[in-house]
Design a protein around this ligand. Structure first.
Ligand code: PLP
Length: 402
């Protein structure tokens, strides 16, 4: 049988079978519109609200603060545009970090084209937004700041709580993109002190095309999608019921709750101690796999370095720069061997341009073009990583001697 090893979990994760099982009844038997008044539809409404309540609790939020969306991109767009537009009386200056995901940086460019002033907060060579640089960039008219919780290419975690506190001291709203973090490390909106936070289901073994935006009670956020009164008027459109169920089911697995019984979907009450233990175990397991890979690679070849790889980064992401080895050539060889990895953000793959994330961290174009990203999940095994490290080492030798 042909080998298949998937190491691109920051792009998307395989859906857990129990997630697909939980979704199935809402694709087949329970296909009603949750806004309809008759009983089968009201049962579907109950399930949607149970999912909202579980996900809200897992974030330390209230149900009324959660809006379901079509994924991380929509959540980021809704936060950046919605918060800036609704609060523009404070000012029109918006801050984002220099290495945000395109969903944030392109939304910020839209704001720029529409009368806002956007500024990038620099990141350090290790992939951090320093509190000093952030404070220095704040102005009296800074209406909104958006800094990601975990970077999708190098995995570094930002000091969100401190950044949000500094923003608030300036009267500035604070949004964070937690798309890569949720389900992998603890994410709690009260602890982080954020006004808005984005999540996407498909990064934690849930379905694609569904996510959520948390908006703190009392914070004004202009809706982007107009129509019916769904999501309390903040996001019109009939809910993606099966997607929402799959999202909650994936969170149940990530947080160690009992599996959903598709025939009788009673959602668990979120148990924070159990969730913390499940997340810690997940994190320990995949960071052990990542350390093993790092150790094998540095012990067996020269000219290799890891971007942003420090204790405290997201455990599953590893960005590797290899001298004399283009990511294009290496990824092609990995693909031929049945190994899926990437050069960086999935939305930029196919582009031969150097990664803006790595350039923002001060890497040269050449270093950025010699960089691959490996991203792990709890489904990867030691055996797979032994195999992959051999494949990578052989490919490095072949490419360097070509
Ligand atoms: N933000 C970050 C940090 C991401 O990594 C991604 C996806 O790669 C997104 C936003 C977009 O999420 P979605 O694919 O659900 O639109």
């Amino acid at each position: 049988m042909k080998r298949f090893i998937y190491l691109d979990n920051a792009a998307t994760t395989p859906m857990y079978p129990q997630v697909a099982d939980a979704m199935e009844p809402y694709l087949r038997a329970s296909w009603y519109n949750p806004s309809s008044f008759y009983q089968p539809a009201q049962e579907v409404r109950r399930v949607v609200e149970a999912c909202r309540s579980y996900l809200a609790a897992s974030l330390g939020a209230r149900s009324s603060e959660i809006r379901f969306t079509s994924g991380g991109t929509e959540s980021d767009n809704a936060a950046l545009k919605g918060l800036a537009l609704a609060n523009a009386s404070k000012g029109k200056h918006v801050l984002i970090s220099a290495f945000e995901h395109h969903a944030v940086s392109e939304s910020a460019k839209w704001l720029l084209r529409n009368g806002f002033d956007v500024e990038l907060v620099p990141v350090t060579k290790d992939g951090y937004v320093s509190l000093e640089a952030f404070k220095a960039a704040l102005r009296p008219d800074t209406v909104l700041a958006s800094i990601m919780l975990a970077n999708n290419e190098v995995g570094t975690l930002q000091p969100i709580k401190e950044l949000a506190q500094a923003a608030h001291a300036n009267g500035t709203l604070f949004h964070t993109d937690a798309v890569q973090a949720f389900g992998h490390i603890p994410v709690d909106v009260i602890h982080l002190e954020v006004d808005a936070l984005s999540v996407s289901a498909h990064k934690l073994h849930g379905p694609k095309g569904v996510g959520l935006l948390y908006v703190k009670r009392g914070v004004k956020c202009e809706p982007l999608i107009h129509g019916g009164a769904q999501e309390r008027g903040y996001r019109a459109g009939t809910e993606n019921v099966a997607g929402i169920v799959g999202f909650a089911a994936a969170a149940h697995v990530a947080f160690g709750s009992h599996c959903l019984d598709p025939q009788n979907p009673n959602f668990a009450t979120f148990d924070s101690a159990q969730a913390e233990a499940a997340i810690l175990e997940h994190s320990r397991n995949i960071s052990a796999l990542r350390s093993m890979l790092v150790h094998i690679l540095i012990s067996n070849t020269e000219g290799i370095s890891f971007n942003g790889y420090i204790d405290g980064s997201l455990p599953g992401i590893l960005s590797i720069t290899i001298e004399g080895v283009s990511s294009e050539a290496l990824l092609m060889k990995l693909d031929q061997e049945g190994v899926c990895a990437s050069a960086g953000s999935a939305c930029a793959s196919g582009s031969l341009d150097p990664s803006p994330v790595l350039l923002a961290m001060g890497r040269t174009s050449n270093e950025a073009l010699n960089t691959i990203r490996i991203s792990l999940s709890g489904q990867n095994t030691e055996e797979e990583l032994f195999e992959v490290s051999e494949i990578i080492l052989d490919a490095i030798t072949a490419i360097r001697s070509a």
